[in-house]
Each structure stands twice: as structure tokens, then as C-alpha cells.
Design a protein around this ligand. Structure first.
Ligand SMILES: C[S@@+](CC[C@H](N)C(=O)[O-])C[C@H]1O[C@@H](n2cnc3c(N)ncnc32)[C@H](O)[C@@H]1O
Length: 192
């Protein structure tokens, strides 16, 4: 990223942060969402671009926070689930192009969607639990997009291999290493 873009992002980050701080005072969600908005986490733009390139009609993100990735993705139907009702309340007030719902992976009610996105929280759940939850929805989706904490990065609870996906009729389409970040973006396609 060139210096000019860095300065623009810094200004946009501070503006967004001031706006989100007001929402945080009202709803009291995790302050992470204020301090890590899309302008100081540019991988969210990168991910939104990758998702837009898949040419999707519908996407479900679980663990969506404000749904910033969904908002910047070019998809007709955008559904965001999050376990935290406070962040969902705040997000619903902020963006009307996303349908927000309180819940986790096991609460998805949609019978079919083209893509399931799980990003920046699954390092807190074990691989067998993740496998179990994804299997519940396997026939419903064409793509599954996840983040993977790079091996050797200290401080995370679980480092997923996602080998279970290859054993369960998914193919790995693309691995994108996020520059200056702890994670890879992995795009899988269902063979069902
Ligand atoms: C670090 S934030 C990332 C938000 C968003 N994916 C992004 O990248 O901007 C993690 C979010 O996952 C949510 N979360 C954590 N565990 C969850 C679970 N088991 N089910 C659904 N959401 C969960 C948290 O409430 C939080 O909003």
C-alpha cells in the first residue's frame, strides 16, 4: 500500500472510529469492533473483492460483527449472524442491505445459500466442533470461505488444518496469504 493510500485509510479509520464509538456508548458491544474497523483491517476489503469475484447470489456470514465484509461485497442477498445481540442491534441500525440475525453456526435457518463465510473467530473453536457444525449445512452451500491462522503465529487457541473438508467432498480452490497479517483466506468449493 502506498503512503498516499495509507494516509487516506488513517483518516477514514479515525472518522469511522468516532462514529462507531457513539454506537458503542449506546449498545455496549465489544470495543474490538470500534478499534478494528475496515480501514485498519484492509484484508476485509481484499476478502470482499474475492467474494464479489465468485459471482454469488447469496451469502451467509456467521460471526459477522457489523457485517463490514458483507456490506462491501457485491451479492444480492446478504445474511449476517452473530452470537452477540448487542453488535447485531448496532449493525441493524447502521446497514440496511444486510439481514442480521442473532445466533451461531448451529442456528442457521436458511435451507440454501451460495456461500458460507466464517472469518476471524473460528480459531476459538476446536476442529472437531467446527467439522460437526459445518457438516450440518454441507448440502446447502456451493462455497465455504474461512480464515486460517498461519502456523507458528503465537497466541491463538486453535490452528486449523481444515483437512476434514477435503475428506468431506470439498475442494480447495484458492489460498490467499494476507499481507502483514496472521491469517490466510481459504476458498473451498463443495463437490456435492
Ligand atoms: C473478531 S470479530 C470479526 C467480525 C467479522 N467477521 C469481521 O471480520 O469483521 C468476531 C465476531 O464473531 C462473533 N462470534 C464469536 N463466537 C461466535 C459464535 N460461536 N457464533 C457466532 N458468532 C460468534 C463475535 O461476537 C464477534 O462479533
Amino acid at each position: 500500500m502506498n503512503i498516499f493510500k495509507k494516509i487516506i485509510y488513517k483518516i477514514q479509520f479515525l472518522n469511522k472510529r468516532a462514529q462507531l464509538k457513539k454506537s458503542w456508548e449506546k449498545y455496549g458491544f465489544d470495543v474490538w469492533h470500534v478499534e478494528n474497523n475496515i480501514y485498519n483491517r484492509p484484508y476485509k476489503f481484499q476478502l470482499a473483492n474475492e467474494l464479489s469475484n465468485l459471482g454469488l447470489d447469496s451469502i451467509v456470514e456467521v460471526g459477522c460483527g457489523f457485517g463490514e465484509i458483507l456490506v462491501h461485497t457485491n451479492v444480492k442477498t446478504k445474511i449476517g449472524y452473530d452470537i452477540d445481540p448487542k453488535v447485531i442491534q448496532a449493525a441493524s441500525e447502521m446497514y440496511d442491505e444486510v439481514t442480521y440475525k442473532v445466533g451461531g453456526l448451529n442456528d442457521i435457518t436458511e435451507n440454501s445459500f451460495e456461500c458460507l463465510l466464517l472469518f476471524n473467530w473460528i480459531h476459538n473453536i476446536s476442529e472437531p466442533d467446527l467439522e460437526d457444525s459445518i457438516q450440518r449445512h454441507q448440502g446447502k452451500m456451493k462455497y465455504l470461505v474461512v480464515d486460517q491462522i498461519k502456523q507458528g503465529t503465537p497466541g491463538y487457541q486453535f490452528y486449523h488444518t481444515f483437512n476434514f473438508l477435503l475428506e468431506n467432498k470439498f475442494s480447495l480452490l484458492k489460498t490467499i496469504s494476507v499481507e502483514k497479517d496472521v491469517r490466510n483466506i481459504l476458498i473451498y468449493k463443495s463437490n456435492l
